[in-house]
Design a protein around this ligand. Structure first.
Ligand code: PHE
Length: 326
C-alpha cells in the first residue's frame, strides 16, 4: 500500500510537471483526485491492510492527499487561466496593426501657420460666406458697376442675384458692418474667378485677408506687420518690396514682393494698402477719425513658394503621391 502510494505520488508529479495548459490540468485532477480517481480507489483499499500497519498507511494516505492537492493548486497558478489565451499563444514581439494616420493638406497647413503668426501679432481669425451679395463684393469696396476694375474681379453669378465672392475683401465689409474699431482681423477662405486653369491659375483658390483699423493706424504699421509676418513665414533674412499699385478699396495701394534665399528673385505675394475713405463711409465708420490698412494674399502662392511646388493644380487633384510629401 505504502509503495503504491509512493508510485502514485511520483506519477502525479511527473504528469503535472510536463503539463502546459489548464484544460489538461483539469483532466489530470479528475484522474488523480476525482471521486473515482486513482487516489480514491487506492485509499479505499485501506481495509485490506493488516491492522498493525494501518496507522502508518493512514498517515501516508493523508500525506499524499495533501501533497497532491498542493501540487495541483501550485501548478494552476503558473498557467494562464483564460482558455482563449491558453489555446493560442501570443507573440508579443510581433509588429502591431498600423492604422494609416491622416495629415493636413498643404493649403490647410499654410492657413494654420499664417493664422498662428498673425495671432501672435494680435489679429483674430474670422470667416465670411462664399456666396455673397454684389454689394459686399463690389459696391461697398468702392467698385461701382461701371468701374473697369470690376473686370479683374468678375466672378460667377447665381440665379438668385448673388455671386461667388472673387476676393476675401468682402469679409472686411462684413466685419466693419458689425463691429467698431479698433479692429485687427484676418480672414482665410475660398474665392472664385472665371480664370482658365493653368500652372498658376485656378477658377477657385484661397486668400487670406487682413484688416487693421484704429485711430492713427499708419502705412508704416502695415509695413511692420507684413515684414514681421514674412520673416517668420519665410525666414529671418526675407526682404519685402512695395510697388505702387491700384486697388479701388485702398489708397495708397501697393503690390508687395518678397525676396528670400530659396527662390533668389523678387516674387509678388500680396496686395495691400490703406483703407479707402469710401469703404469706411459704406460701413458708417468716420474716415476723419479712423484710418486702417488692409491686405490680401494668395494661399496657393505662399504654399508654392514655401514648398517649391510648380503647378497649382497639384493642390486640387487629390493625388496622394503629392499629398503624402507634406
Ligand atoms: N482683394 C485684392 C485681390 O484679390 C487683394 C487686396 C486685399 C488688396 C486688400 C488690397 C487690400 O487682389
Amino acid at each position: 500500500m505504502i509503495q503504491a502510494l509512493k508510485k502514485l505520488e511520483e506519477d502525479a508529479r511527473r504528469e503535472v510537471s510536463s503539463l502546459s495548459d489548464s484544460k489538461a490540468l483539469d483532466g489530470l485532477r479528475v484522474k488523480y483526485l476525482g471521486r473515482k480517481g486513482l487516489f480514491a480507489s487506492l485509499s479505499s483499499r485501506i481495509s485490506e491492510v493488516p491492522p498493525e500497519a494501518r496507522r502508518q498507511a493512514g498517515q501516508e494516505i493523508n500525506r499524499v492527499k495533501q501533497l497532491l492537492e498542493a501540487l495541483f493548486s501550485e501548478k494552476e497558478k503558473t498557467l494562464i487561466p483564460h482558455p482563449r489565451f491558453s489555446e493560442k499563444k501570443i507573440d508579443v514581439t510581433m509588429p502591431g496593426t498600423f492604422l494609416p494616420a491622416g495629415r493636413l493638406h498643404p493649403l490647410s497647413r499654410v492657413i494654420a501657420e499664417v493664422s498662428r503668426i498673425f495671432g501672435r501679432l494680435g489679429f483674430s481669425v474670422v470667416e465670411g460666406p462664399e456666396v455673397e451679395t454684389e454689394h459686399h463684393n463690389f459696391e461697398a469696396l468702392n467698385i461701382p458697376l461701371d468701374h473697369p476694375a470690376r473686370d479683374s474681379f468678375d466672378t460667377f453669378y447665381l440665379e438668385n442675384g448673388r455671386l461667388l465672392r472673387s476676393q476675401t475683401s468682402t469679409v472686411q465689409i462684413r466685419v466693419m458692418e458689425k463691429s467698431r474699431p479698433p479692429l485687427k482681423i484676418i480672414a482665410p477662405g475660398k474665392v472664385y474667378r472665371p480664370d482658365a486653369t493653368d500652372a498658376t491659375h485656378s477658377f477657385m483658390f484661397h486668400q487670406i485677408e487682413g484688416l487693421m483699423v484704429d485711430e492713427g493706424t499708419s502705412f508704416s504699421e502695415l509695413k511692420g506687420v507684413l515684414l514681421a509676418f514674412a520673416k517668420e513665414f519665410f525666414g529671418s533674412r526675407t526682404k519685402l518690396r512695395f510697388r505702387p499699385h491700384f486697388f479701388p478699396f485702398t489708397e495708397p495701394s501697393a503690390e508687395i514682393d518678397i525676396f528670400w534665399e530659396s527662390c533668389g528673385e523678387w516674387l509678388e505675394i500680396l496686395g495691400a494698402g490703406m483703407v479707402h475713405p469710401n469703404v469706411f463711409r459704406a460701413v458708417h465708420i468716420d474716415p476723419e477719425k479712423y484710418t486702417g490698412f488692409a491686405f490680401g494674399m494668395g494661399v496657393e502662392r505662399l504654399a508654392m513658394l514655401k514648398y517649391g511646388v510648380s503647378d497649382i493644380r497639384n493642390f486640387f487633384e487629390n493625388d496622394l503621391r503629392f499629398l503624402r510629401q507634406f
